[in-house]
Write a protein that binds this ligand. Structure first.
Ligand SMILES: [Zn+2]
Length: 539
């Protein structure tokens, strides 16, 4: 009997000693978990696409076993990065257009177009960037060679400044024109001719006569796949797309369901009346990959073109205020409709007047509710007395806008108002969190440039010395939180992503260097070595 008990005891202890099998173990890493206490770890185990344990390398390897083990060799790991404001779909479509910038001759332009057609298998070619002033022969090109190379595929490529268009005969035919059949005159433009025939170069208003094919589904899918690949290569695992049409959202959902598109998308619905009616009635739509529960509204224009709505005239244009896109009454109406649903309202506001009106509208409609997480996108120029209005409103900001605009933003609004410009720290102090993004393709996709702009506030040449309005710089911890857990909060997703914690999606990035400790000027050199989504290596 004793013997049996002894044997039983041994077998029980053997079972309890047995390690649990998981899908992936990562050990010997310098992990920033970005949990509430900003704790570090060395290792984690993943099963079923989620983190099941996080701890020291010895703890994890003692308890778990896996066929797949990554020895990180001390490399830094952070949670999968989130871009809280970008234009993922539009960026993808841009990848389907050819860029001819920097071409040194017309022959190089032709070579590039040929290579592009071969690589992408496109049915037509659009794009821009050629500049005959960079060529040896500084004359406008003519279409003969284009016609020979592409007798069937319509080609229409803009000059770098957008004021001239080079087309082939196929593009003219597609537009019901030909080299001998075209309007004899056009006000505000020109059809350039030689011996009475079109040369293929159209100027300004003449360009309006060219009709190219609409974006096809095939092109949209190619765009999404290209955008995904580029985003993964920078460690991004969730993107907030700031303004999508219903059919774009439905395409993304269908591609995610077939497993072709793995990128997680927080879709802000473009707030047409049709979309407002459809989605507020439909309610929140949520999968592990797609979250549809917010609207994108435009409050005003941009500061560079003086379209941003200011309370007082621009400092560099007398009597000019910029303007709101809609009337205050219309914003109130939209906000009321959204407030009655569970949806979030995310409004583009750049100027101090647009920010004020939208914040006031939010306040009127939400009546003190603190849980709606409505956002202001950009929150660029804020009147000193309006910061307090961000108490219950999430500032969604793009640090690289500060370092892109810093050369001229002060001219637009003057030395006093610019103190409330790109005021990331002050916004953080008011709401307690900031959601960080890029607004690509306006800025670059690279999130490490966001990190650099937020912390160092200089351009890539190190200008200005000492940094731009450094009282509003963020710390590295705040910046990393803004790109992960706070961005997740701005999407109502902080319980499923944004940190390396048990129960969350196993989305993480292995970095080429420790972004939390390298010298400030080294931050832009950071690279994603590999990116994992759901515990699966996607880059
Ligand atoms: Zn945007």
């Amino acid at each position: 009997m004793k013997k049996i008990l002894l044997l039983l005891g041994i077998s029980i202890s053997l079972i309890s000693c047995q390690k649990e099998k998981v899908d992936l173990i990562v050990s010997n890493a310098n992990v920033y978990t970005v949990d509430a206490d900003f704790q570090k770890a060395e290792a984690f185990a993943i099963k079923g696409g989620k983190f099941v344990a996080v701890g020291s390398s010895s703890e994890i390897t003692k308890k778990y076993i896996s066929d797949q083990v990554v020895d990180a060799k001390g490399q830094t790991i952070v949670p999968g990065l989130i871009d809280a404001h970008c234009h993922f779909f539009r960026f993808g479509l841009q990848q389907q257009k050819i860029s001819l910038e920097g071409t040194k001759s017309y022959d190089e332009v032709l070579q590039k177009i040929s290579a592009f057609v071969d690589e992408k298998g496109v049915d037509y070619v659009t794009g821009r960037g050629w500049d005959q002033n960079d060529w040896e022969v500084k004359e406008f090109p003519t279409k003969e060679k284009l016609d020979k190379l592409f007798p069937k595929i319509p080609v229409a490529v803009r000059r770098v400044d957008g004021h001239a268009l080079l087309v082939n005969e196929a593009a003219l035919n597609y537009s019901d024109l030909s080299e001998t059949n075209f309007p004899k005159s056009v006000t505000g433009g020109e059809f350039i001719t030689k011996n009475g025939k079109l040369t293929g170069v159209l100027i300004d208003k003449a360009m309006d006569y060219i009709k190219m094919p609409n974006t096809s589904t095939k092109e949209a899918i190619a765009g999404l796949m290209d955008a995904q690949q580029i985003n993964f290569s920078y460690g991004l695992t969730t993107v907030d797309d700031a303004g999508l049409a219903r059919k774009e959202i439905e395409l993304i959902d269908s591609l995610q369901k077939t497993g072709d598109l793995k990128m997680r998308v927080y879709a802000m619905v473009s707030a047409s009346q049709e979309n407002l009616d459809y989605y507020t009635k439909k309610g929140i739509y949520k999968t592990d990959y797609l979250n549809v529960r917010s609207f994108k509204i435009y409050g005003d224009g941009a500061l560079g073109s003086r379209g941003a709505a200011m309370k007082h005239p621009y400092s560099d244009r007398a009597g000019h205020y910029g303007a709101l896109i809609f009337s205050p009454e219309r914003y109130q109406e939209m906000a009321e409709q959204i407030a009655e649903s569970e949806y979030q309202m995310n409004t583009h506001a750049i100027g101090d007047s647009a920010n004020f009106w939208m914040l006031k509208t939010y306040q009127n409609v939400l009546k003190g509710k603190t849980d709606r997480r409505w956002r202001i996108e950009h929150a660029q120029i804020i009147d000193a007395k309006d910061f307090a209005l961000f108490e219950n409103v999430i500032p969604s900001i793009q640090p690289t806008h500060a370092t892109s605009d810093m050369y001229w933003a002060g001219d637009r609004v003057g030395p006093d108002r610019i103190k409330g410009g790109y005021a990331f720290k002050k916004l953080l102090d008011t709401y307690g969190k900031v959601a960080l993004g890029t607004d690509y393709p306006v800025e670059k996709v690279n999130p490490f440039l966001t990190f650099y702009a937020a912390v160092v506030r200089k351009d890539l040449e190190g200008y200005p010395e000492g940094g731009y309005q450094m009282e509003n710089a963020l710390s590295r911890e705040e910046t990393l939180r803004g790109m992960t857990i706070w961005a997740a909060h701005s999407n109502f997703e902080e319980n499923e992503k944004g940190s390396i914690e048990v129960g969350k999606f196993a989305d993480f990035v292995i970095l080429s260097q420790n972004i939390m400790e390298v010298a400030g000027d080294q931050i832009p050199k950071t690279k994603a070595m590999s990116t994992y989504l759901n515990g699966e290596k996607v880059y």
